[in-house]
Design a protein around this ligand. Structure first.
Ligand code: FA5
Ligand code: MG
Length: 347
């Protein structure tokens, strides 16, 4: 009877072990069959009723059954553990044959690219790059440029004042005066100065309240209008190509005499007229002229010995023409689709 019962238990247990599909199930089987409350322990308890000869035989049989179940569990455990490791390895496998996800790389802002390109052109002509503060004194922004306090031409540049004497600069021209002061009356001076400027202009397709200029200043003996004209022609043709047309118009700035404004033919409409060129076929890109003797003298230069030319380039206007951008506000609204068009492909 007991023998049969043990045989049954062994078969049952071995079947369950072989059917176990995970380690938790296997452990439950161990507890159920070999634990203190399990059927084998119960069989052992019943051995008291057996005769003295039968008892050792039965004891040996119980051990055989227990061993059989234990070793089946151990074997199965090894198999299940190996399967678990393999499953984990498979789940964590990196498929190196998959195509890579694109990495978003930053690129230079189109205005930065234009500034660097223009700097390169002028550095190639022997200029050095100067800098000046964006928060400027009334003196350097206006007075040192032949624009005394009540001068009506101050209205040409509507200003953001911080105090009566301090403003955000309306142009890069104050760097002319600052640079000349540093030279202490000794020529030659040959600089460009890129930077941000601020005006109370209403924003439209070609005007922004904050924009960039590149100032240029050359002071030496015998500098004339033809030097300015030749320099600007070299610069504009380098940036836009030999075929672009350039037009100099007489103009007025208090700090240059004579003064010119320089237009370039509109690339967007090829001269037919559009909202960028205000239907004229031309776009104003810079102002310039021969440095006024008063400006030289105020900065400590002898205007009988020295003369100079100066110019102020509108960077956004150049960028709009070069890249065919029809609204200056694109440079400042940071639409990623706009900015992405300026990814470098050249080295
Ligand atoms: C000046 O600012 C003078 N300082 C230029 C100068 C320098 C003349 C040295 C003589 C000697 P103007 O205000 O015209 O000039 O501005 C120069 C250029 O800046 C313009 O030709 C135009 O291209 C650009 N510009 C002017 N106002 C704006 C604006 N609101 N938004 C964008 N670009 C502008
Ligand atoms: Mg102007």
């Amino acid at each position: 009877m007991m023998q049969e019962r043990l045989q049954e238990l062994q078969e049952e247990a071995l079947q369950k072990v072989s059917a176990a599909s995970n380690l938790k199930e296997l452990n439950d089987i161990r507890v159920a069959y070999l634990g203190k409350k399990g059927p084998i322990t119960e069989v052992l308890r019943g051995m008291g009723k057996l005769s003295a000869e039968e008892r050792p035989k039965m004891g040996a049989l119980v051990n055989v059954v227990r061993e059989a179940i234990t070793s089946a569990i151990e074997e199965k455990q090894a198999v299940l553990e190996a399967e678990a490791v393999n499953a984990q390895l498979a789940a964590e496998t990196i498929d190196i044959t998959l195509p890579a996800r694109p990495v978003n790389k930053g690129n230079h802002h189109p205005l930065t690219r234009i500034v660097e390109e223009i700097e390169d052109v002028f550095i190639g002509m022997g200029y050095t790059v100067a800098e000046g503060p964006e928060v400027e004194s009334d003196y350097y922004n206006f007075e040192a440029l032949n624009l005394p306090k009540s001068h009506p031409a101050r209205d040409m540049q509507d200003s953001f004042y911080i105090t009566d004497e301090i403003l955000v600069r309306t142009h890069t021209s104050p760097v002319q005066a600052r640079t000349m002061e540093k030279h202490k009356g000794q020529g030659p001076v040959k600089i460009i100065c890129p930077g941000k400027v601020y005006r109370r202009d209403n924003d439209d397709a070609t005007h922004s309240h904050q924009f960039m200029q590149i100032e240029g200043l050359v002071v030496d003996e015998n500098i004339s209008m033809s030097d300015l004209k030749g320099t600007l022609e070299v610069f504009l043709k380098k940036v836009f190509g030999q075929e672009r047309e350039i037009r100099l118009r007489p103009s007025f700035f208090p700090f240059t005499e004579p003064s010119v404004e320089v237009d370039i033919s509109c690339k967007i409409c090829s001269g037919k007229g559009c909202n960028v060129c205000k239907q004229t076929g031309w776009i104003e890109v810079l102002g310039g002229g021969i440095v006024h003797p008063n400006v030289l003298e105020m900065a400590g230069f002898d205007s009988k010995k020295y003369s100079g030319f100066a110019f102020g380039i509108g960077v956004e206007r150049i960028a709009m023409l070069k890249y065919g951008v029809d609204d200056i506000r694109h440079f400042y609204t940071n639409d990623i689709r706009f900015l992405k068009q300026f990814h470098h492909h050249e080295a």
